[in-house]
Design a protein around this ligand. Structure first.
Ligand code: PLP
Length: 454
């Protein structure tokens, strides 16, 4: 990569004129141009001008081992030299996919029977939905098909996953959600609790509302409930005390399956291997992606328990095949990198590391929570958020036109720190390999951004 100013300009022009960006205002992009990132160094990335940024978001909540891990690069290179591609249709396998499936089953938070592979979180959740439908058809319950998700939940952008996502921007003008995809209340205590309502009472109210909704829809029509243990893109919403315990009692009562979307929480983010362990979820289906390969290669997985597996097996026998799978399901290079990622987590005691760093991370967030422009500071493990608001009541917000969140994120970028603004919520999800000194530097840069913002 050359870095003369002419080549930089030429590259930016190529991008502006050729590339339709993901999640970008396409009109604004024509004027603004791209931020071109050219390389990574540990927890930092470097742009085409040589400026370095601490990546406070691990990219998109995924690069847990930072941006230059030599073991992952070597595992990928070796896999490319050995078997760069093969598929898993029609009984085909490869050593890495078999080992990775077994490894994931061994790590699962509850007994799971099989692992299916895809390439993204969206595909994993789409696959989970199809498996649920297939399952109830196999059981002779074709009417049991509705999937309940939550407002502000994020499950991806493919047609089914975007339907499950509970953010208006993912539905508007895409003609979504699909029928049979329902949404219930977001469990954000600070914003949504009634005056004086405890976390436990709030959780009871939400569980009662879910119960009433399932009764109203007809329990025979409701197949599954999908939830992130901690909502990520919806604003890093940590569930209130007793929430999942009460929700799961309702699901059990109506024979509604639980899908845990561990796409962000999986692999140590909340301080345990799975968010399901941190918050007591016992899923029938678990989806994961992102940190499964530290984001280095696209890969996702769907784990199913024996009950689902048994019906998939029976139905595929009856129909002649399980008619679902991707060209890249179980890709040998992706699986090799994922296997090495899991091995590094183990060798480097990544869970211990998150548990040791988390108090420092959460204390720093709380400290920011004292600022006048921060309504709520929240987090768990090494994921957190600061919600900007004019006061701490949970009932006010800055006017949308003020674009408080994006403005703060831009100031942070100028200070050499990448954070993510989701509306007026500033998210932090640093690489799990971050050191104490780097964490302190991250918050020092954020502090300078806040000083300029206020
Ligand atoms: N589920 C969750 C919880 C996510 O955070 C995301 C992405 O951010 C997805 C699913 C979708 O994953 P992908 O963007 O890989 O399709």
């Amino acid at each position: 990569m050359t870095t003369t100013s002419d080549s930089i300009q030429a590259l930016r022009q190529l991008d502006t004129q050729s590339h339709l960006h993901a999640y970008t205002n396409a009109q604004a992009h024509a004027e603004q141009g791209p931020l071109v990132v050219v390389r990574g160094h540990g927890v930092e990335v470097e742009d085409d001008q040589g400026r370095r940024y601490i990546e406070g978001m691990s990219g998109l909540w995924c690069a847990s081992l930072g941006f230059s891990h030599p073991r992952l690069a070597e595992a990928g290179a070796q896999a490319l030299r050995t078997l760069p591609y093969y598929h898993t249709f029609n009984h085909r396998s490869n050593p890495a996919v078999a080992q990775l499936a077994a490894k994931l089953l061994a790590l699962a938070p509850v007994p799971m029977a099989r692992v299916f592979f895809a390439n993204s979180g969206s595909e994993a959740n789409d696959s989970a939905v199809k498996m649920v439908w297939y399952h109830f058809n196999a059981l002779g319950q074709p009417g049991k098909k509705k999937i309940i998700a939550r407002q502000r939940g994020y499950h991806g952008v493919t047609v089914a996953s975007a339907s499950l996502t509970g953010l208006p921007g993912n539905h508007a003008d895409f003609d979504l959600p699909l029928p049979r995809m329902l949404h219930v209340d977001c469990p954000h205590h600070w914003r949504n609790a009634l005056p004086g309502e405890s976390e436990e009472a709030f959780a009871t109210r939400l569980a009662d509302a879910l119960d009433a909704r399932i009764q109203a829809e007809g329990p025979d029509t409701v197949a599954a409930f999908i939830a992130e243990p901690v909502m990520g893109a919806g604003g890093v919403i940590v569930p209130p005390a007793t929430y999942f315990e009460k929700i799961q009692a309702v699901l059990k009562k109506h024979d509604v399956l639980l899908i845990a979307d561990e796409v962000i929480c999986g692999f140590g983010r909340t301080g345990a291997m799975w968010g399901s362990q941190t918050f007591g979820l016992k899923p029938d289906i678990l989806t994961c992606a992102k940190a499964l390969s530290s984001g280095y290669v696209p890969i996702s997985a769907v784990m199913v328990n024996e009950r689902i597996h048994a019906s998939l097996m029976a139905n595929s026998g009856r129909l002649g095949t399980f008619g679902h799978g991707y060209t890249y399901s179980g890709h040998p290079v992706a699986c090799a990198v994922a296997l090495e990622t899991l091995q590094v987590y183990e060798d480097d005691h990544i869970l211990d590391r998150v548990q040791a760093l988390s108090p420092r991370f959460l204390a720093a967030l709380r400290h920011f929570g004292e600022r006048a422009v921060v309504g709520e500071a929240r987090g768990v493990g090494l994921i957190g958020a600061l919600e900007l608001a004019p006061d701490k009541s949970g009932k006010t917000a800055f006017p949308p036109a003020a674009k408080a969140g994006p403005r703060l994120a831009q100031l942070a970028l100028e200070e050499g720190l990448v954070v993510r603004a989701m509306g007026d919520t500033i998210a932090l999800c640093p690489p799990l390999i971050i050191t104490e000194a780097e964490l302190d530097e991250l918050f020092a840069r954020l502090g300078r951004a806040f000083d300029r913002f206020e």
